[in-house]
Ligand binder design. Structure first.
Ligand SMILES: O=C(O)CCC(=O)C(=O)O
Ligand SMILES: [Fe+2]
Length: 203
């Protein structure tokens, strides 16, 4: 059992508040760089980003006596633009383009940045959202702090018009966050990803 004192709670709240703000600044900078890498204006989707959401999840994966028989989190891609993850030990795995699971190396204090479905759609498939899962460890528990960033909730978004031409036809339908929520409440997300339902051509 862990007992947390009132002072520790206040301290934790303050640190988390600072962390959330710092990651928000970081996501703005990262998005600017990603847009630039696609040949778009650095201030692309400025309003969607400012009106967007940030969700902070703290995951605890207890040590598991039979780690090979279970997973901490089932394979999925994050629905939003980018995800910034801080972890206490290794356990995160990503699927490579040959469908093999690769362990993300653990680097003390390093942040892991993953692209989400909104980036795949916005880039018209030039970037792919990363399919990932969390494994569990036989001896030690693991924590991850996950900051999920998303463009504005009710604003429809689709591939950037600058990235669509005869050679690169529009490959995804437009969608808004609400449609994603409807999808996850009506479907078994272990059976299929929302982003796959938006694909117009076979990529
Ligand atoms: O804890 C991890 O390594 C992954 C967490 C995750 O994928 C999520 O919360 O969306
Ligand atoms: Fe995730």
């Amino acid at each position: 059992m862990i007992i947390i004192t009132h002072t520790q709670k206040l301290c934790c709240r303050k640190s988390m508040g600072k962390y959330v703000k710092a990651v928000q600044i970081l996501q703005n900078q990262l998005l600017e760089m990603i847009f630039e890498s696609l040949g778009l204006n650095r201030s692309y989707l400025h309003e969607e980003i400012n009106g967007g959401s940030q969700t902070l999840a703290v995951n605890c994966y207890p040590a598991c006596p039979e780690p090979g028989l279970t997973l901490g989190i089932h394979p999925h891609s994050d629905y939003g633009s980018i995800t910034v993850l801080l972890q206490t030990r290794s356990g995160l795995e990503i699927k490579d383009k040959n469908n093999n699971w690769m362990s993300v190396p653990f680097v003390e204090g390093a942040l892991v940045v993953q692209l989400g479905d909104q980036m795949e759609v916005m880039s018209n498939g030039q970037y792919k959202s990363v399919i990932h899962r969390a494994t569990v460890n036989g001896d030690e528990k693991r924590f991850s702090i996950v900051s999920l960033h998303s463009f504005a909730m009710d604003r429809k978004m689709g591939p950037a018009v600058e990235l669509v031409d005869d050679q690169h036809p529009k490959s995804y339908k437009e969608f808004c966050f609400r449609e994603f929520l409807d999808f996850i409440s009506c479907n078994d997300i272990t059976k299929g990803r929302f982003v796959d339902t938006l694909k117009l051509n076979k990529l």
